[in-house]
Design a protein around this ligand. Structure first.
Ligand SMILES: [Fe+2]
Length: 226
Protein backbone atom coordinates (compact mmCIF):
# COMPACT_ATOMS: atom_id res chain seq x y z
CA UNK A 1 0.00 0.00 0.00
CA UNK A 2 1.29 3.42 -0.83
CA UNK A 3 1.88 5.36 2.37
CA UNK A 4 -0.44 8.22 3.21
CA UNK A 5 0.98 11.70 2.82
CA UNK A 6 1.73 13.48 6.05
CA UNK A 7 -1.32 15.67 6.70
CA UNK A 8 -0.92 19.44 7.13
CA UNK A 9 -2.96 19.18 10.32
CA UNK A 10 -4.51 16.42 12.37
CA UNK A 11 -6.73 16.11 15.43
CA UNK A 12 -5.65 18.09 18.52
CA UNK A 13 -3.27 16.19 20.78
CA UNK A 14 -1.82 14.06 17.97
CA UNK A 15 1.34 14.85 16.00
CA UNK A 16 1.08 14.94 12.20
CA UNK A 17 3.40 11.94 11.90
CA UNK A 18 1.20 9.93 14.24
CA UNK A 19 -1.81 11.17 12.27
CA UNK A 20 -0.22 9.87 9.06
CA UNK A 21 0.33 6.43 10.60
CA UNK A 22 -3.29 6.24 11.73
CA UNK A 23 -4.52 7.38 8.29
CA UNK A 24 -2.39 4.68 6.69
CA UNK A 25 -3.83 2.05 8.99
CA UNK A 26 -7.40 3.23 8.44
CA UNK A 27 -6.98 3.31 4.66
CA UNK A 28 -6.49 -0.46 4.48
CA UNK A 29 -9.41 -0.99 6.88
CA UNK A 30 -11.54 1.19 4.57
CA UNK A 31 -10.54 -0.96 1.59
CA UNK A 32 -11.37 -4.14 3.51
CA UNK A 33 -14.80 -2.84 4.54
CA UNK A 34 -15.67 -1.60 1.04
CA UNK A 35 -14.53 -4.96 -0.36
CA UNK A 36 -16.65 -6.82 2.22
CA UNK A 37 -19.75 -4.75 1.41
CA UNK A 38 -19.36 -5.62 -2.30
CA UNK A 39 -18.71 -9.28 -1.48
CA UNK A 40 -21.85 -9.48 0.67
CA UNK A 41 -23.92 -8.12 -2.24
CA UNK A 42 -22.23 -10.55 -4.64
CA UNK A 43 -23.34 -13.43 -2.39
CA UNK A 44 -26.82 -11.89 -1.96
CA UNK A 45 -27.18 -12.03 -5.75
CA UNK A 46 -25.62 -15.48 -6.31
CA UNK A 47 -27.15 -17.70 -3.61
CA UNK A 48 -29.36 -20.54 -4.83
CA UNK A 49 -30.98 -23.56 -3.24
CA UNK A 50 -33.36 -24.36 -0.39
CA UNK A 51 -32.00 -21.71 2.00
CA UNK A 52 -32.04 -18.97 -0.63
CA UNK A 53 -34.45 -16.51 0.94
CA UNK A 54 -33.03 -16.83 4.48
CA UNK A 55 -29.47 -16.11 3.38
CA UNK A 56 -30.43 -13.60 0.67
CA UNK A 57 -32.33 -11.52 3.24
CA UNK A 58 -29.84 -12.01 6.09
CA UNK A 59 -27.08 -10.37 4.06
CA UNK A 60 -28.75 -7.03 3.32
CA UNK A 61 -28.62 -5.71 6.92
CA UNK A 62 -25.01 -6.90 7.12
CA UNK A 63 -24.20 -4.98 3.93
CA UNK A 64 -25.84 -1.82 5.30
CA UNK A 65 -23.95 -2.07 8.59
CA UNK A 66 -20.62 -2.69 6.84
CA UNK A 67 -21.21 0.33 4.57
CA UNK A 68 -21.79 2.41 7.71
CA UNK A 69 -18.50 1.09 9.13
CA UNK A 70 -16.70 2.07 5.91
CA UNK A 71 -18.28 5.52 6.10
CA UNK A 72 -17.11 5.97 9.69
CA UNK A 73 -13.57 4.84 8.81
CA UNK A 74 -13.45 7.23 5.84
CA UNK A 75 -14.74 10.17 7.89
CA UNK A 76 -12.18 9.43 10.60
CA UNK A 77 -9.47 9.66 7.92
CA UNK A 78 -10.88 13.08 6.93
CA UNK A 79 -11.02 14.23 10.56
CA UNK A 80 -7.35 13.24 10.90
CA UNK A 81 -6.50 15.53 7.98
CA UNK A 82 -6.20 12.73 5.42
CA UNK A 83 -7.80 11.94 2.08
CA UNK A 84 -10.05 8.84 2.11
CA UNK A 85 -9.55 6.59 -0.94
CA UNK A 86 -12.97 5.39 -2.04
CA UNK A 87 -12.54 4.44 -5.69
CA UNK A 88 -12.46 0.80 -6.85
CA UNK A 89 -9.19 1.18 -8.75
CA UNK A 90 -7.30 2.26 -5.65
CA UNK A 91 -8.95 -0.47 -3.59
CA UNK A 92 -7.86 -3.20 -6.03
CA UNK A 93 -4.37 -1.73 -6.37
CA UNK A 94 -3.75 -1.47 -2.64
CA UNK A 95 -5.55 -4.49 -1.20
CA UNK A 96 -3.48 -7.50 -0.09
CA UNK A 97 -6.06 -10.23 -0.69
CA UNK A 98 -7.80 -11.88 -3.66
CA UNK A 99 -11.34 -11.34 -4.86
CA UNK A 100 -14.00 -13.58 -3.33
CA UNK A 101 -13.81 -16.77 -5.38
CA UNK A 102 -17.25 -18.41 -5.34
CA UNK A 103 -19.87 -17.66 -8.00
CA UNK A 104 -23.42 -19.04 -8.16
CA UNK A 105 -23.65 -21.60 -5.37
CA UNK A 106 -25.82 -23.15 -2.72
CA UNK A 107 -26.56 -20.80 0.16
CA UNK A 108 -24.78 -22.94 2.76
CA UNK A 109 -21.75 -23.27 0.50
CA UNK A 110 -21.53 -19.46 0.30
CA UNK A 111 -21.77 -19.23 4.09
CA UNK A 112 -18.88 -21.70 4.41
CA UNK A 113 -16.75 -19.39 2.25
CA UNK A 114 -18.07 -16.18 3.85
CA UNK A 115 -16.96 -17.48 7.24
CA UNK A 116 -13.37 -17.36 5.97
CA UNK A 117 -13.89 -13.85 4.64
CA UNK A 118 -15.09 -12.69 8.06
CA UNK A 119 -12.16 -14.43 9.76
CA UNK A 120 -9.75 -12.53 7.51
CA UNK A 121 -11.22 -9.09 8.14
CA UNK A 122 -11.68 -9.69 11.87
CA UNK A 123 -8.06 -10.80 12.31
CA UNK A 124 -6.83 -7.74 10.42
CA UNK A 125 -9.13 -5.41 12.37
CA UNK A 126 -7.82 -6.84 15.64
CA UNK A 127 -4.23 -6.19 14.52
CA UNK A 128 -5.23 -2.64 13.60
CA UNK A 129 -6.83 -2.17 17.03
CA UNK A 130 -3.54 -3.08 18.64
CA UNK A 131 -1.58 -0.58 16.52
CA UNK A 132 -4.20 2.14 16.92
CA UNK A 133 -4.07 1.66 20.69
CA UNK A 134 -0.45 2.85 20.64
CA UNK A 135 -1.28 5.95 18.59
CA UNK A 136 -4.87 7.09 18.81
CA UNK A 137 -7.49 5.75 21.29
CA UNK A 138 -10.36 7.30 19.33
CA UNK A 139 -9.50 5.25 16.22
CA UNK A 140 -8.95 2.22 18.46
CA UNK A 141 -12.46 2.73 19.86
CA UNK A 142 -13.94 3.03 16.36
CA UNK A 143 -12.32 -0.22 15.22
CA UNK A 144 -13.43 -2.03 18.38
CA UNK A 145 -16.99 -0.92 17.62
CA UNK A 146 -16.62 -2.36 14.11
CA UNK A 147 -15.38 -5.64 15.57
CA UNK A 148 -18.44 -5.95 17.77
CA UNK A 149 -20.62 -5.93 14.64
CA UNK A 150 -18.32 -8.03 12.45
CA UNK A 151 -17.99 -10.76 15.07
CA UNK A 152 -21.76 -10.85 15.55
CA UNK A 153 -22.23 -11.22 11.78
CA UNK A 154 -19.70 -14.05 11.70
CA UNK A 155 -21.69 -15.77 14.45
CA UNK A 156 -24.85 -15.45 12.30
CA UNK A 157 -22.94 -17.13 9.47
CA UNK A 158 -21.34 -19.80 11.64
CA UNK A 159 -24.66 -20.75 13.26
CA UNK A 160 -25.63 -22.19 9.85
CA UNK A 161 -22.43 -24.27 9.76
CA UNK A 162 -22.42 -25.51 13.33
CA UNK A 163 -23.54 -28.96 14.52
CA UNK A 164 -25.30 -29.49 17.84
CA UNK A 165 -21.95 -30.64 19.25
CA UNK A 166 -20.37 -27.30 18.31
CA UNK A 167 -18.34 -28.36 15.28
CA UNK A 168 -18.14 -26.12 12.21
CA UNK A 169 -18.67 -27.99 8.93
CA UNK A 170 -15.93 -25.96 7.20
CA UNK A 171 -13.34 -26.44 9.97
CA UNK A 172 -9.80 -26.72 8.61
CA UNK A 173 -10.61 -25.41 5.13
CA UNK A 174 -8.10 -22.76 4.08
CA UNK A 175 -9.60 -21.61 0.81
CA UNK A 176 -13.04 -20.20 0.12
CA UNK A 177 -13.76 -22.90 -2.47
CA UNK A 178 -12.71 -25.67 -0.06
CA UNK A 179 -14.79 -24.13 2.73
CA UNK A 180 -17.81 -23.92 0.42
CA UNK A 181 -17.42 -27.57 -0.58
CA UNK A 182 -17.00 -28.67 3.04
CA UNK A 183 -20.09 -26.75 4.15
CA UNK A 184 -22.27 -28.11 1.36
CA UNK A 185 -20.62 -31.25 -0.06
CA UNK A 186 -23.68 -32.51 -1.95
CA UNK A 187 -24.21 -29.35 -3.95
CA UNK A 188 -21.86 -28.26 -6.68
CA UNK A 189 -20.37 -24.81 -6.41
CA UNK A 190 -19.50 -22.64 -9.36
CA UNK A 191 -15.94 -21.39 -8.97
CA UNK A 192 -15.16 -17.98 -10.39
CA UNK A 193 -11.88 -16.91 -11.84
CA UNK A 194 -11.24 -13.93 -9.61
CA UNK A 195 -8.67 -11.22 -10.07
CA UNK A 196 -5.56 -12.37 -8.24
CA UNK A 197 -2.95 -10.53 -6.29
CA UNK A 198 0.50 -11.91 -6.94
CA UNK A 199 1.80 -11.91 -3.37
CA UNK A 200 -0.37 -13.29 -0.59
CA UNK A 201 1.64 -13.99 2.54
CA UNK A 202 -0.63 -16.25 4.57
CA UNK A 203 0.70 -17.47 7.93
CA UNK A 204 0.77 -21.14 6.80
CA UNK A 205 3.08 -20.33 3.91
CA UNK A 206 5.90 -19.17 6.15
CA UNK A 207 6.80 -22.74 7.14
CA UNK A 208 5.94 -24.38 3.83
CA UNK A 209 8.65 -25.95 1.66
CA UNK A 210 9.59 -23.93 -1.47
CA UNK A 211 7.63 -26.28 -3.78
CA UNK A 212 4.55 -25.99 -1.57
CA UNK A 213 4.89 -22.21 -1.58
CA UNK A 214 4.74 -22.18 -5.34
CA UNK A 215 1.59 -24.30 -5.33
CA UNK A 216 -0.01 -22.09 -2.72
CA UNK A 217 0.56 -18.98 -4.82
CA UNK A 218 -1.24 -20.56 -7.74
CA UNK A 219 -4.27 -21.42 -5.62
CA UNK A 220 -6.92 -18.76 -5.76
CA UNK A 221 -8.23 -17.10 -2.64
CA UNK A 222 -6.35 -18.73 0.18
CA UNK A 223 -7.70 -17.42 3.46
CA UNK A 224 -5.81 -14.21 3.99
CA UNK A 225 -5.91 -11.35 6.37
CA UNK A 226 -8.09 -8.72 4.78
FE1 LIG B 1 -31.40 -7.17 -3.20
Amino acid sequence: MSPARTPRYTVPGLGVDEGRQVIDLLTLRLHALNDLALTLKHIHWNVVGPHFIAVHEMLDPQTAAVRDMADAAAERISALGGEPQGTPGVLVKERTWDDYSVGRADAIAHLGALDLVYTGIIEAHREAVEKAGELDPVTEDLLIEHLRGLEQFQWFVRAHLESSSGTLSNAGADTEVAAAAAASPKRATAKRTPAKKTALPAPAKKTAAPAAKKTAKKTASKRTTR
